[in-house]
Every structure is written in structure tokens, then in C-alpha cells.
Design a protein around this ligand. Structure first.
Ligand code: SF4
Ligand code: FES
Length: 235
């Protein structure tokens, strides 16, 4: 067991417990984006950072384990500033209108009052390439959850990977083939773990578009086998 103090409250936890798990035992809610209880934590988004012993670098609570004697602050000025910056940068590049939890966090941390006028939004064409769901990576925060749940964390299908590099990085299929051509078995687990509206069942998407029941049914039968030529100049 290790003993530490989180926000002034002492707690005993088994060795190997993460700061996120220990805080949860005390009823302290640390915000997360890339972390999901069903997937391996990789510490990608850094929204969960906390202050450990006042060290210069804030620590990602979802991957850092509790250490004996540590003094942890889950929300002080430094932590808030860091989270506010991350949220504001995400908001400047990604469409977050359909991510209610992130909208709450944007307001909570005052990130919705910050704007980066020179930012370049991540714009992607809607991918409608299978009978079951659509993908809109303009709404993707690159949390990696869908990729993980499609791979070793659950389905072992490996239909998803990353495309391009740097700012243009986005979730994709290998060689950019359609979902219907990929190993995807349409289990829907990626949709279940996505924290934004980037992945959507066709029925939900069709209703949002105002399509009739018959039009929605038709859309599930007539998914394009390939992307349209304008999305894929090589065709
Ligand atoms: S599509 Fe959704 S689950 Fe996948 S990386 Fe983007 S935000 Fe995360
Ligand atoms: S939730 Fe911890 S780094 Fe993303």
C-alpha cells in the first residue's frame, strides 16, 4: 500500500493505483479525454494533468501511479491554466458542438472565452462508405480510443490506424480503403467509446439530416463501395 494526500485528504491505495483512480475513490473528478475505462491509457491528451509536489511538470493522472508521501493538487492555478489552454486549442481546430462533456469543460475552464483567430480548423469530408455508420473527422479530437478498441483493447480487428503526419494526422483505414473494404466487422465499439460526434450510426445521422425513414433505410443499402472521385483524386 502507499499513502498520499490528494487535495488535502490522506488516502491509502494499493501500489500501482493511478492518481486518477485514487482521486475517484475520494470523489474527486479529474477531467479526461483520451482515457476510457475500457481502453489502455496512453496519456495522449494531457487534460487530466495534476500538480504533484509542486514539480515543474504537471503529471497526467490517468497514467502516473500514486507514490508514497506525494502531495497532489488536482485543481490549482497551474492545472487550470494548462487545461484551459488544451481545451481552447482543441476548440479552435475541431468541431466540438456535438461533444456535450467537452462543451461543459470549455465553459468550466473559461476556454470558450479564448479564441485563436489564426488557427487552422481540421476539415475533413464526411465519410459515408459503408451501410452502418458515417465518420466525420472534422469532429475528431484524436483521442485514439476508437483505434484501441478496434485493436488489442477489445475487437482485435485492426481496421483503424492513423493517416498523414503532424497537424494533418487523422484516424484512417490502412491505405485509405473504405470501411466496407477494410477488416471492420461493424461491431460498433468505436462509436461507443467516441467522446465526440465524429462517429455516428447512419440512423442517427439520417435523422439529424432530416431524412425520411425510407431515405434512411435506402442510405443503409446504398453506401458507396468507394469514395467519390473528388475525395480521391487517384480514382
Ligand atoms: S473518431 Fe472519436 S474515438 Fe476516434 S480518435 Fe476521433 S474522437 Fe477519438
Ligand atoms: S486523459 Fe490523461 S492524458 Fe488524456
Amino acid at each position: 500500500m502507499v499513502t498520499l494526500t490528494i487535495d488535502g485528504v490522506e488516502i491509502n491505495v494499493p501500489e500501482g493505483t493511478t492518481l486518477l483512480e485514487a482521486a475517484a475513490q475520494l470523489g474527486i473528478d479529474i477531467p479526461v479525454i483520451c482515457y476510457h475505462e475500457a481502453t489502455t491509457a496512453n496519456g495522449l491528451c494531457r487534460l487530466c494533468v495534476v500538480d504533484v509536489d509542486g514539480h515543474r511538470l504537471l503529471q497526467p493522472a490517468c497514467v502516473v501511479e500514486c507514490r508514497d508521501g506525494a502531495q497532489v493538487e488536482t485543481r490549482n492555478d497551474r492545472v487550470e491554466r494548462s487545461r484551459r489552454t488544451i481545451l481552447a486549442m482543441l476548440d479552435s481546430a475541431v468541431e466540438l458542438e456535438e461533444a456535450p462533456e467537452l462543451q461543459e469543460l470549455l465553459a468550466d475552464y473559461g476556454a470558450d472565452e479564448i479564441s485563436y483567430p489564426d488557427s487552422r480548423p481540421r476539415e475533413h469530408a464526411l465519410l459515408d462508405d459503408n451501410p452502418f455508420y458515417v465518420r466525420d473527422y472534422s469532429q475528431c479530437v484524436l483521442c485514439w480510443r476508437c483505434v484501441q478498441v478496434c485493436a488489442e483493447d477489445a475487437q482485435f480487428t485492426f481496421a483503424l490506424t492513423l493517416g498523414e503526419r503532424g497537424y494533418d494526422t487523422h484516424v484512417a483505414t490502412s491505405y485509405d480503403i473504405t470501411m466496407s473494404e477494410s477488416p471492420c466487422v461493424f461491431c460498433g465499439q468505436c462509436i461507443g467509446v467516441c467522446p465526440t460526434g465524429a462517429l455516428k450510426p447512419k440512423v442517427e445521422w439520417g435523422m439529424q439530416q432530416g431524412l425520411s425513414a425510407e431515405e434512411i433505410r435506402a442510405s443503409t443499402r446504398q453506401a458507396r463501395k468507394r469514395r467519390p472521385a473528388e475525395d480521391n483524386p487517384s480514382e
